[in-house]
Design a protein around this ligand. Structure first.
Ligand code: CAA
Length: 445
């Protein structure tokens, strides 16, 4: 069977930066360590007044196509994943297609376009749609352009405000890819949940504490479903575990559960049993509460073992590198985790070809998906040209007053308008409204 996966990626960050421990915590009278230690975040990326999900998505896509010298005629579908859409009918991919046609040769007239919605999960679902389209040989030799793009803003005063972010990732999905190839197997954990939703409203209604529990429960089910297809896994079978990262502290909670699950029945598991005792089983306890208390105590002890700490430091922590500097990019967040892992491997000159990643995606509402990816021979060159750090370094740091105006400007119910804080160059910008309420865009040279 041919390998299908991600050939190349590009990132576009919102051009503003809010320092969370330094600026946001100070004004809110919070301990900065809630951010640096608890949530694991140093800053949020936020959109300037001329940026939105279309400009960020189009800019990521244009960067990707230009850098890889890919013409529009080589693209057969454009799928956009977002949970920040502003139109219930016209998909963001049509706007992005229009932007690309305005600066590139050729058209996207015979390109199938769509928009996927399932909270933060839909970027991964778009990758899977592209996989199926290519595997079914309906692509006529063309690649799929998958773009995840979000302005992840919460209502002012909501606890989620601490985890905001804005940015886009563009990915080219093709046969015989340079970066990673997708596994045929996918594990799913899905259930009707009301942890985070936007019932025809811009900012989410969130039950924050519950959302954490739902994330963990659905991830566990997805892992079980994945193992039902692959057979037992070992935590060290995977070079990295990129997970959906609403904030790094969430991944810290998920990682120890994934380790606890996959180490069972392995030699390393036997060694840990000698060190801290066996994993508690339900049968050994009279009540559910006693069992849960025992499993919590065991998990805390496991997280303190040398074996777990080394595994976490080598295989999970590197995936958090970008997220910790930009906040939650919703549909892009797991894709930033993959990019972070590959950048870490390149920085340490690791031999990664043929190694596997265990990729865990999550969307509130809720569904988790787990699949594996095999790193391809061209990975180092493909990731080396992504230049994420320079994009993050060029962000303009904003004061709290500026943050308040930026938030109000992007609030669909507010009349506030502001002058841009940065000067656009070589990028698409929002250029006002058309007669039917459509958004208009132009490229600034
Ligand atoms: N020093 C060290 N740690 C500190 C600290 C300090 N001074 N102060 C607080 N902390 C720790 C807390 O103990 C906590 O860690 P644990 O969860 O391990 O206990 C962490 O920092 C956060 O502190 P709080 O729980 O007090 O923070 P909060 O009440 O402001 O809420 C939140 C945190 C629930 C994540 C909130 O930001 C939120 O609602 N976020 C949006 C929802 C979300 O991201 N959910 C994640 C799962 S859902 C999902 O993944 C989909 C998605 O993308 C939205």
């Amino acid at each position: 069977m041919q390998s299908i996966g991600i050939d190349a990626v590009a990132v576009w960050s919102g051009k503003l930066k809010l320092d969370l421990p330094g600026t946001f915590a100070a004004v809110n009278n919070e301990d900065p360590e809630k951010y640096t230690v608890g949530l694991g975040l140093s800053a949020s990326s936020l959109p300037d007044s001329y940026e939105d999900i279309v400009t960020m998505g189009a800019n990521a896509a244009y960067r990707l196509l230009s850098r890889t010298d890919t013409s529009l005629s080589a693209i057969g579908r454009i799928d956009v994943a977002t949970e920040s859409a502003f139109d219930n009918s016209k998909p963001v991919s049509t706007y992005i297609g229009g932007c690309l046609e305005s600066v590139m040769e050729g058209t996207v007239r015979h390109v199938d376009k769509g928009e996927r919605k399932f909270a933060c999960l839909s970027g991964t679902q778009c990758l899977n749609d592209a996989y199926n389209w290519i595997a079914a040989d309906r692509n006529r030799g063309r690649a799929a352009l998958v773009i995840s793009t979000d302005t992840a803003l919460y209502a002012r005063g909501d606890a989620g405000e601490a985890t905001q972010g804005a940015g886009a990732v563009a990915m080219l999905v093709d046969a015989d890819p340079d970066l990673v190839a997708f596994s045929h197997e996918r594990g799913i954990g899905s259930m009707d949940e009301t942890d985070f939703l936007k019932p025809n409203q811009q900012f989410p209604s969130v039950d924050g504490k519950r959302s954490v529990q739902v994330y963990l429960a659905r991830m566990r089910e997805a892992l079980e479903d994945f193992k039902a297809q692959t057979g037992p896994l070992h935590p060290e079978h995977f070079a990295y575990g990129p997970f959906h990262t609403p904030y790094p502290g969430m991944v810290r909670k998920a990682a120890v559960l994934a380790f606890r699950n996959t180490v069972r029945g392995t030699a390393l598991g036997d060694q840990l049993t000698e060190e801290i005792g066996p994993q508690p089983t339900r049968a050994a306890f009279e009540t559910e509460d006693e069992y849960i208390e025992a499993i919590r105590a065991y998990t805390d002890e496991l997280a303190d073992t040398e074996a777990y700490r080394r595994w976490y430091t080598e295989r999970i922590e590197p995936t958090l590198r970008i997220s910790s500097q930009v906040g939650n990019w919703y549909t892009s967040s797991v894709h930033l985790a993959r990019i972070s892992a590959l950048l870490d491997a390149a920085d340490h000159d690791r031999t990664l070809t043929g190694d596997r990643l265990l990729v865990g995606s999550y969307g509130s509402g809720a569904e988790a998906e787990i699949h594996a990816e095999t790193v391809q021979p061209g990975w180092k060159d493909a990731i080396g040209s992504v230049a994420v750090e320079s994009m993050l370094d060029r962000r303009r740091e904003i004061t709290f007053d500026e943050y308040e105006r930026v938030h109000a400007t992007h609030n669909h119910d507010s009349e506030v308008e502001m002058e841009p804080l940065t000067t656009p160059s070589e990028e698409f910008v929002f250029d006002g409204w058309g007669p039917m309420g459509e958004r208009q865009y132009r490229f600034v040279s």
